[in-house]
Design a protein around this ligand. Structure first.
Ligand SMILES: NC(=O)c1ccc[n+]([C@@H]2O[C@H](COP(=O)([O-])OP(=O)(O)OC[C@H]3O[C@@H](n4cnc5c(N)ncnc54)[C@H](O)[C@@H]3O)[C@@H](O)[C@H]2O)c1
Length: 279
């Protein structure tokens, strides 16, 4: 991590799951870690873990749906640390459902939490990184933004947009010496289902089954992210199944969607998860 001698990272949604795991991995490398979350109890637990692992924690409450709170987070880090090296827009939620049955308020909720939050984070921190003349932004998207699995439209849309935003920023911020990475994991077990919502209980069951099948941990994903940031990679595709769908969709997009439609029509997803076919 020679690019970041001051070792300062801020992570939103750091009170749980991937955010907590990244906090701990940075702590092991001796970083200053700003643990930011809306849930202070969870953030405090991460704070303790960061200290135990050799990092220097700083807890700041931030609701990522409020742009002024992200601006105030950036101001606080400027005052307390003199700046920040890596900004990780990680906080997010999940939802599912048939497109036309997902309530509009769920669409608004998930677009705000998964997409607008990243826009707010980038807007708040880019001027600071620009002034410093260096820095790195990591946006946590999902393989959902690439694979476009059925019955997940509201989640897929937000994550695809985060990928597009990150690709754009990769080029736009290059002359300013600011690196950009976008993380696209497939399923791994966290507390993401706590706030999960869907109009049909079957979708919750399916999501739970996907999480239960995953052998990958938040720690695995966190270590992958840190390796990718070290080498200034744009795409952080953390799991083998994600690499496979990313490759197929890029190389043969028409075939990819024909095969996916066939799998869906024949209920092979349910069969893979050991569930009865109902779609
Ligand atoms: N777990 C997976 O399988 C998976 C797969 C792909 C992508 N992701 C993405 O990883 C990111 C982290 O998710 P996770 O799986 O660790 O989930 P998680 O629920 O374990 O952690 C999310 C954290 O975000 C916080 N949060 C929620 N609303 C917030 C708000 N308004 N402001 C600030 N913080 C808020 C929560 O308190 C929680 O600590 C998300 O963007 C998610 O979409 C997760």
């Amino acid at each position: 991590m020679k690019r970041f001698p001051k070792k300062r990272v801020v992570i939103t949604g750091a009170g749980s799951g991937l955010g907590r795991a990244m906090s701990i991995e940075f702590a092991k490398l001796g970083w200053h870690v700003c643990v930011s979350d809306i849930d202070m109890e969870r953030a405090k637990t991460t704070e303790t873990l960061v200290s135990q692992q050799g990092g220097t924690p700083l807890v700041i409450r931030c609701d990522v749906t409020q742009p002024e709170q992200l601006e105030s987070l950036a101001d606080s880090l400027k005052k307390q640390w003199g700046g920040v090296d890596i900004v990780i827009n990680n906080a997010g939620v999940a939802a599912a459902g048939y497109m036309e049955k997902i309530p509009l308020k769920t669409w608004d909720w998930i677009i705000t939490l998964n997409l607008k939050s990243v826009i707010y984070g980038c807007r708040a921190f880019i001027p600071l990184l620009e002034k410093q003349g260096e820095g790195h932004i990591v946006n946590v998207a999902s393989n959902a933004g690439i694979a476009s699995l059925p019955e997940m439209s509201c989640y897929n849309v937000t994550k695809a947009a985060v990928i597009s935003l990150s690709e754009t920023l990769k080029v736009e911020l290059n002359p300013k010496n600011i690196g950009v990475s976008v993380v696209a994991p497939t399923f791994f077990k966290t507390n993401l289902m706590d706030q999960f919502t869907s109009p049909d209980p079957r979708q919750r069951e399916m999501a739970n089954a996907f999480f239960d099948k995953s052998k990958v941990t938040s720690e695995d994903v966190a270590r992958h992210v840190i390796r990718a940031v070290k080498s200034n990679k744009l795409y952080v595709i953390t799991q083998t199944d994600g690499k496979f769908s990313w490759f197929c969709k890029r190389m043969t997009p028409e075939i990819y969607f024909k095969v996916l439609s066939w799998i869906y029509r024949h209920g092979l997803g349910e069969r893979y998860l050991g569930m009865p076919k109902t779609a």
